[in-house]
Write a protein that binds this ligand. Structure first.
Ligand SMILES: Nc1ncnc2c1ncn2[C@@H]1O[C@H](COP(=O)(O)OP(=O)(O)OP(=O)(O)O)[C@@H](O)[C@H]1O
Length: 276
């Protein structure tokens, strides 16, 4: 359910400058994406700046997930282009986008349920591994050193996200909030420049949401990771975002700071259901 902009906590929020936002990391220029007769995105342009937390919001079906799928190369728009790290990005597959530093989590947790937390997070290192599985099977010398280096990165992330206690637990046995945290850990294991989070708080209770908010802010602060997230909880969006892009029926309705977006009449109308 989409909450209204007047949800609890929003009115009191004062956005305080926390950090220095950098240059444009990624820019979407006039993106149009259609599935047959359904236009999911129409002429969408916005940018994601280094070190910021950008929220993409909008009612159900507004095109938010489609936009993330365009950014990570899963969908190829019929029109428009993605500029990334100062250059136009050619059509690519998600694993190539991942190699370029774009990692994501999914609306419904997408983990290997029978595998442990540790092994799931290690899969986030696969694209960074130099040795192939045959070399790893022999496991000596350089391969051993590489394995140890990857483990060190993963151990740091486990420590950072406070999931030591569940490192050996199969993720299918974990409560939903912790599964979401493991998915975040796996995305972080890719050491992304741009982290895409699709509804990171969906289905969580208040306490789990507070934890996830804290981890998102910490990742952004301590690793300097740029984050673009989709979230329906307006209290969360207004509290943690530097900027907000609002989509509605596949079109961009507004783009600005939380305060600007909150005061935008088109946004208020869309959320209060004024007819178009
Ligand atoms: N693979 C697809 N095939 C056909 N139509 C699609 C596909 N993906 C998305 N759509 C359509 O595109 C529109 C935008 O969907 P999208 O999932 O991007 O919206 P959303 O804002 O993420 O919605 P929600 O908040 O419900 O997740 C919808 O009308 C949806 O039905």
């Amino acid at each position: 359910m989409v909450e209204t902009l007047a949800s609890e906590g929003v009115a009191e929020h004062q956005s305080a400058p926390r950090k220095k936002i950098g240059e444009t990391l990624l820019r979407a220029d006039n993106i149009t994406l259609a599935f047959g007769g359904v236009k999911a995105l129409t002429d969408i342009s916005f940018e994601v700046r280094e070190h910021e937390i950008l929220a993409i919001i909008g009612p159900n079906g507004a095109g938010k997930t489609s936009m993330l799928n365009v950014i990570n190369g899963f969908y190829h728009p019929q029109q428009g282009r993605i500029m990334y790290l100062g250059a136009e990005r050619r059509a690519m597959r998600p694993h190539l986008a991942a190699r370029q530093g774009i990692a994501r989590t999914f609306q419904n947790v997408a983990l290997f349920k029978g595998m442990s937390t540790l092994d799931n997070i290690m899969t986030g290192r696969v694209l960074k591994m130099k040795s192939n599985i045959f070399q790893q099977a022999i496991f000596w010398g350089a391969n051993q050193r590489e394995e140890i280096a990857h483990r060190e990165v993963v151990e740091k992330i486990i420590d950072f996200l406070e999931i030591e206690a569940i490192r050996k637990t199969p993720v299918g046995r974990l409560p939903y909030g912790l599964q979401k945290r493991v998915e975040l850990a796996r995305a972080l294991a890719m050491e992304p420049k741009l982290l895409l989070l699709d509804e990171p708080m969906a289905g969580m209770n208040v306490e789990e949401k507070e934890d996830m908010c804290r981890f998102i802010l910490d990742v952004n602060d301590e690793f300097g990771t740029t984050i673009a997230l989709i979230e329906h909880d307006m209290g969360v969006v207004m509290d943690i975002s530097d900027r907000v892009v609002v989509l509605d029926y596949g079109r961009k309705l507004a783009d600005g700071t939380p305060d600007e977006v909150r005061a935008n009449q088109d946004v208020i109308d869309a959320y209060l259901g004024v007819s178009h």
